[in-house]
Design a protein around this ligand. Structure first.
Ligand SMILES: CC(C)(COP(=O)(O)OP(=O)(O)OC[C@H]1O[C@@H](n2cnc3c(N)ncnc32)[C@H](O)[C@@H]1OP(=O)(O)O)[C@@H](O)C(=O)NCCC(=O)NCCS
Length: 171
């Protein structure tokens, strides 16, 4: 199995379709990437297109994970507009295709993302995790620590409010 994680500056139609299928499939499998199931590709498309637009403007960095040449996951780095925060970025939408999860690829994706971030001069990363998912254990393994939480910030369903956990990693 050959894995690679690379930065993408330009998203063409073929890559857009792969990213869209990934994001919808991961969401429908219960992943915490901005939606609750069920979602359709049409429902996810405006959010993906907004990411692509920010990537093309240089506001966000897209890291794509490929396994044997095929898209297996992706993550986004949102860069700060403040000149005082150029050493910080926020990690968003970390995901591995559902059928490929649990084989170490999430760690490969994050390690590659960290390499890309370092190359761009970043020193700290920030990300948020939906409470009750256990995902903080995944991030703790790769160097993240919790520094706070926003109580009840995520309403996954009426009567099911989750804390939003804030994590950080020094690169
Ligand atoms: C989170 C995600 C990217 C991890 O990728 P993955 O390929 O499944 O994870 P890996 O196989 O690399 O796991 C690495 C380690 O993290 C642990 N881990 C992975 N997902 C976990 C979870 N949800 N809860 C607790 N631990 C987890 C694994 O057990 C493994 O530990 P080990 O090395 O001791 O066995 C992937 O499961 C995914 O896409 N999930 C859906 C989307 C999502 O929720 N993203 C998070 C947004 S904050």
């Amino acid at each position: 199995m050959h894995t690679e994680v690379g930065p993408v500056d330009t998203v063409d139609d073929e890559l857009r379709a792969q990213l869209l299928a990934c994001w919808a499939d991961v969401s429908n499998a219960g992943g915490s990437v901005g939606f609750v199931p069920p979602v359709t590709e049409e429902g996810v498309a405006p959010y993906l297109d907004a990411v692509i637009e920010r990537v093309h403007r240089g506001r966000e960095l897209l890291a794509v994970l490929r396994v044997d040449g095929r898209l297996a996951g992706f993550a986004v780095l949102s860069l700060s507009v403040s000149p005082l925060r150029r050493h910080w970025a926020t990690v968003l939408r970390v995901q591995v295709r559902p059928e490929l999860q649990g084989r170490g690829l999430g760690r490969v994706l994050m390690t590659g993302l960290h390499d890309i971030a370092r190359t761009r001069g970043l020193e700290f990363l920030h990300l948020t995790v939906r409470g009750g998912t256990g995902l903080e254990a995944f991030y703790a393994d790769i160097g993240y620590r919790e520094f706070g939480r926003m109580p009840g910030a995520i309403r996954v369903a009426p009567g099911d409010d989750r804390d939003e956990l804030h994590l950080t990693c020094r690169l």
